[in-house]
Design a protein around this ligand. Structure first.
Ligand code: ATP
Length: 307
């Protein structure tokens, strides 16, 4: 096959089924024990041969791409440069076209998905055959959530979240994804976390109950074991999100769980049953609350088109 002119790669949004935060380290990072899951909202990144770096973002309906940089600070271009540098390539560049299906600054790691997709698209475009271990190492340098975007599925993350291992998961879930019009900054949520309470020294302990529930395939037990330590600081910063828990419970019934996605502001309601998830989605539509219904787990980065 001749060398491709362009390659399109898809990467999924992530949520955290468990986000346990430990005591802050000397370097300012909080050690995490997190369980990631890839859900069915996607970014498509198309890399095309070019002499200089450029990027253009278009977004699905309901997603505002205004906060996304269109210059070399965009994490997808930083990923491309890091890949070229890893191989000692100078003068390699590309045009990146990003099609966003993940809300910006929503706690769903849309930027990390772009970085992971760009790494794989450019690896294929340039015929580099980078090993998985090297891709994961480059990804970890770009950001804590980027290695998981490569992997997808359900995985445990330790360190800053960048050390990922796939988990056995026999429980399929449907997630109602409720975005917020206003983004929330991850560093600001961690600062509030530190203000509110001294970090729980055992916060980053292994989430044994959730890991066992995932392996058993008992979706109800998975839902019962969900935990996010950033909920209190995020809700302290954003009273509207705390209020929306009440609103969602009023609409969907007191039996639901409302999980904050990562550092927020997106909120998530899990269902083990598709019919019930569809009924709930219809109720949100009637109430005029924007949402998506996403299956999980879904695959990590994968090529969808070669030209
Ligand atoms: P995280 O939880 O990792 O902060 P997030 O889902 O909350 O992720 P992102 O959508 O990844 O947030 O973006 C966070 C910020 O990163 C944006 O506000 C934007 O300024 C910057 N950014 C850089 N590159 C991108 C990109 N390709 N897509 C989105 N945002 C980007």
């Amino acid at each position: 096959m001749s060398a491709p002119v362009s390659v399109t790669v898809r990467a999924a949004a992530k949520i955290n089924l468990h986000l346990g935060v430990g005591a802050v380290r000397d370097d300012g990072f909080h050690p995490l024990a997190t369980v990631y899951q890839a859900i069915g909202l996607y970014e498509d990144v198309t890399a095309t041969r070019a002499d200089t770096w450029s990027i253009h973002t278009i977004a699905d309906a309901g997603i505002d791409p205004d906060g996304v940089p269109d210059d070399e600070t965009n994490i997808a271009i930083r990923a491309g440069r890091a890949l070229a540098e890893h191989h000692g390539l100078t003068g390699h560049a590309a045009h990146l076209e990003v099609h966003k299906g993940i809300p910006v600054a929503g706690g769903l790691a849309g930027g990390s998905a772009d970085a992971a997709a760009a790494l794989v698209a450019l690896d294929r475009l340039w015929g580099l055959e980078t090993s998985d271990d090297d891709l994961l190492a480059i990804a970890a340098d770009l950001g804590s959530d980027v290695p998981f975007a490569l992997l997808g599925g359900t995985a445990i993350g330790t360190g800053r979240g960048e050390l990922v291992e796939p988990l056995e998961n026999n429980a399929d879930l449907w997630w109602l994804v409720v975005p917020s019009d206003i983004g929330l900054s991850t560093p600001q949520v961690y600062r509030k976390y530190d203000d509110l309470a001294p970090a729980d020294a055992a916060g980053d302990a292994h989430p044994a109950e959730l890991v066992a529930a995932l392996a058993s395939g008992d979706a109800g037990a998975v839902i019962g074991a969900l935990r996010n330590d950033l909920t209190a600081p995020a809700y302290a910063l954003r009273h509207d999100l705390a209020a929306r828990v009440g609103e969602l419970t009023g609409l969907l019934g007191s039996g639901i769980r409302v999980l904050l996605s990562g550092s927020g502001p997106t909120q998530l309601v899990p269902y083990a049953d598709l019919e019930r998830a569809r009924l709930a989605a219809a109720r949100l539509t009637e109430a005029g609350i924007a949402h998506w219904l996403a299956p999980a787990p879904v695959a990590g980065v994968h090529v969808v088109h070669y030209d």
